[in-house]
Ligand binder design. Sequence first.
Ligand SMILES: Nc1nc2c(ncn2[C@@H]2O[C@H](COP(=O)(O)OP(=O)(O)OP(=O)(O)O)[C@@H](O)[C@H]2O)c(=O)[nH]1
Ligand SMILES: [Mg+2]
Length: 205
Amino acid sequence: MDVLDAQFIAGATAIGQLPAPTFAEVAFAGRSNVGKSSLINSLVGRKKLVRTSSAPGCTRAINIFRARLRTESGEAHLDLVDLPGYGYAQRSKAERRSWGPLIEGFLRERPGLRGAVVILDIRRGAEDDDAQLIEFLESVEVTPIIVATKIDKLPANKRKPALAALGAQLGRRIIAYSSVTGDGREPLWKRLLTVSSIERADAPA
Ligand SMILES: Nc1nc2c(ncn2[C@@H]2O[C@H](COP(=O)(O)OP(=O)(O)OP(=O)(O)O)[C@@H](O)[C@H]2O)c(=O)[nH]1
Ligand SMILES: [Mg+2]
């Protein structure tokens, strides 16, 4: 994928503060520190567009970034929405969902939102709140795209079995990713373009 440029558009800690959507949007959600912001940087080929940190809970706001793309059928724009991480604060087991009103409100109410990338750590797999997020996305008709990231942290011979186990657990296709090596970038871009209707599902790779 040819990303011609990428820029920060807006950030907000309340949904009402966000500008109305202008272009197709996909959101990026996942547990705190799983690598959401790094994944966006890796997708757009910029090291520091989005702030990342080894301390969990780095992203507390909703931040929108706009990528200008050169696709098979010409130039296109896609807005990438970095959501705050969930599952960081200690919560009682009784409180089953940890992803909170800001994330839920955005996913439920954002007009025209077509897809959301749910990012999992290949070494941790899907936990309860991840599985609930995937179900929630389906209930609000936002297509979940499941990505297992940090695959560079597993030895090569452990990657396939880990992906197969995760695929079987969730009953879905998983895209393997590494923001360090860029593995998975092209298949994920292809999926983002089809989910956001920028390209048809049968377009050439
Ligand atoms: N080895 C490796 N490290 C990664 C990868 N992706 C992210 N990291 C590291 O994981 C840590 C967290 O990355 P972030 O991108 O800030 O994670 P985040 O999900 O945005 O975190 P919050 O905003 O706090 O929820 C950083 O130290 C990154 O360098 C990856 O694919 N491979
Ligand atoms: Mg972040």
